[in-house]
Design a binder for this molecule. Structure first.
Ligand code: HEC
Length: 258
């Protein structure tokens, strides 16, 4: 039986070390290791192998014998030709994959805040124009703070009975179901949400939910339920008060006196 050459053994050890770092340590045992760190370790492995084979003259000769044979031996012509073709091809492939222009995935085509319809409705009842409808309980904030407080409290009840599973205990979009949803539940603590919308917009979003979105609000199915099927108009207006009361962000209003 032909003895396995020292070169082959070293080659196998080198590849085994790479597989161990890349897949066993960086996968089974721990999180994936960055490529640059793997390269550094592989550099050390290479140095260790070279030190090992070069401590004795005879061992070094034995190590480079297959390389020498491949390069000059008449019997190794086929191997030589294969390597002469393969090595440039591998380099070509490597260079190509590094410099080739990558096709970027298309941008997110979903409009997270789609344009609302002109008319605000609850079920089929028309409430008014989207621009003008105000929260009927908002004026209590000035006129009757006690009454306002009771509406906010009712909104809190509505929220913790229906919404926190998805929108989170702290309204930050991190409810227990959130991880499973795409798109993610809205995060009301994000300063870009509440201050950018009128209360009527929120009424529309809450009453119609994901299924009531126009085409620009798809293609992903929003898991936001159709709340007009379960909540009264008053409950929806109250939960809207609660969202802004809890986060401290005021809704957008237009013009003075609104
Ligand atoms: C089953 C999970 C789920 C529940 C329960 C839920 N939501 Fe949502 N909600 C979502 C998801 C997902 C989105 C984001 C996708 C979208 O815009 O439709 C969303 C979006 C919204 C938006 C739109 C915000 C924006 O920036 O346009 C509002 C307002 C809202 N939810 C309020 C509520 C209220 C109030 C309740 C409780 C009455 C509630 N949600 C309950 C999943 C849920």
């Amino acid at each position: 039986m032909k003895r396995i050459s020292l070169f082959t053994i070293c080659f196998v050890i080198f590849i085994a070390c790479w597989v161990f770092l890349r897949f066993v340590v960086g996968g089974v045992i721990s999180v994936p290791i960055p490529g640059s760190v793997i390269s550094m370790y592989m550099g050390l492995v290479l140095i260790a192998i070279l030190v090992h084979v070069s401590v004795e003259d005879s061992r070094f000769k034995e190590f480079i014998r297959p390389i020498h044979e491949t390069l000059v031996d008449e019997n190794r012509r086929v191997r030589r030709i294969i390597l002469a073709v393969l090595i440039p091809l591998l380099l070509l492939g490597y260079t190509y994959t590094n410099i080739a222009q990558k096709a970027n995935p298309p941008g997110d085509p979903r409009d997270a805040h789609p344009s609302p319809p002109l008319e605000l409705t609850y079920k089929d009842e028309v409430i008014g124009s989207m621009q003008d409808v105000e929260n009927p309980h908002r004026h209590y904030e000035k006129d009757d703070p006690e009454k306002f407080k009771s509406h906010v409290e009712n909104g809190r009840r509505v929220y913790y009975q229906n919404c926190f599973y998805c929108h989170g205990d702290h309204l930050d979009g991190k409810g227990h179901f959130a991880d499973a949803l795409n798109p993610l539940p809205a995060n009301f603590q994000d300063p870009g949400i509440i201050p950018n919308f009128q209360e009527s917009f929120f009424f529309w979003r809450i009453s119609k939910g994901g299924p009531g979105l126009p085409a620009s609000g798809t293609p992903w199915n929003s898991a936001m339920p159709i709340w007009e099927d379960h909540l009264t108009k008053e409950e929806i207006w109250d939960v809207i008060l609660f969202l802004s009361d809890y986060t401290g962000y005021p809704y957008r209003t237009f013009g003075e006196g609104h």
